[in-house]
Design a protein. Structure first.
Length: 250
């Protein structure tokens, strides 16, 4: 079994790669972070690829096709985008966030679909966000892109289902780690708050009163790719401790 994970050299993507590796998959990981890729286990196949670059993705999938079939594609690449009121978001920052976060998911699906159709099976797992379910103040580009990922997933499930291919979206909540730390600090700056108050606001906005771990997301990805989820497709599955409040406050 073979899995391809975009943005797999750190964070959620790295946790996914570890989990799929433990489940016996041949793991292929792409990223733009050369140093992070170099630190990945030698048993993984790693490639420096911008998942939002069509030419690079076409070459990548050509390599995967040469290696054999592709069983699972995890469209995980994305960027946080700016934290600002909508009137303060620069057009270039909007375009960059949407191009990477939604565009990379589209390209992953575009190139994975023909390979999976030829095999008559496959699973595409897209990383969305609770921001793609509720919307989030001060995160307009990111939220719009993550809503778009869900729309893409629903369409993929309908188009590809007749070929034995499933598509689902995972919506992480606030995930412990460096990326979320940056979000917390930027939001604190915008709201004139301290970082810890923003953190507590996110945690208290869930029924479980907690952030989640990258491993929690990875476990769900492996399940969605497994035979245990053989009839699960077109679903939006949150792994977030149950978000209740989309506008965290202290």
């Amino acid at each position: 079994m073979r899995v391809l994970i975009t943005a797999g050299a750190s964070g959620i993507g790295f946790a996914m790669a570890e989990a799929f590796s433990a489940a016996g998959y041949d793991v292929w990981v792409t990223d733009v972070n050369v140093a992070a890729l170099a630190a990945c286990p030698e048993t993984w196949t790693t490639r420096v690829v911008d998942a939002a670059n069509e030419t690079q993705m076409r070459v990548l999938f050509g390599e995967v096709a040469t290696a054999g079939r592709l069983d699972v594609a995890c469209a995980n690449a994305g960027v946080a985008g700016p934290t600002a009121l909508v009137e303060d978001v620069a057009w270039e920052d909007w375009k960059t966030c949407v191009d990477v976060t939604l565009g990379a998911a589209f390209l992953t699906a575009k190139f994975a679909a023909p390979m999976m159709k030829a095999a008559g099976a496959g699973a595409i797992v897209l990383t969305s966000s609770t921001a793609g379910v509720f919307g989030y103040p001060n995160r307009a580009p990111y939220s719009a892109a993550k809503w778009g990922v869900i729309g893409l997933m629903k369409t993929l499930a309908m188009e590809l289902g007749p070929f034995g291919i499933r598509a689902n979206a995972i919506c992480p909540g606030a995930v412990e780690g460096p990326r979320m730390e940056g979000v917390l600090q930027r939001e604190a700056d915008v709201k004139g708050m301290v970082r810890d108050a923003v953190y507590d606001g996110y945690a208290s906005g869930t029924s479980m009163r907690t952030f989640v771990r990258a491993q929690d997301i990875a476990n769900m990805a492996v399940f969605l790719a497994s035979d245990g989820a053989a009839r699960v497709s077109g679903q939006v599955i949150s792994v977030d401790g149950h978000t209740e409040n989309p506008d965290p406050k202290p």
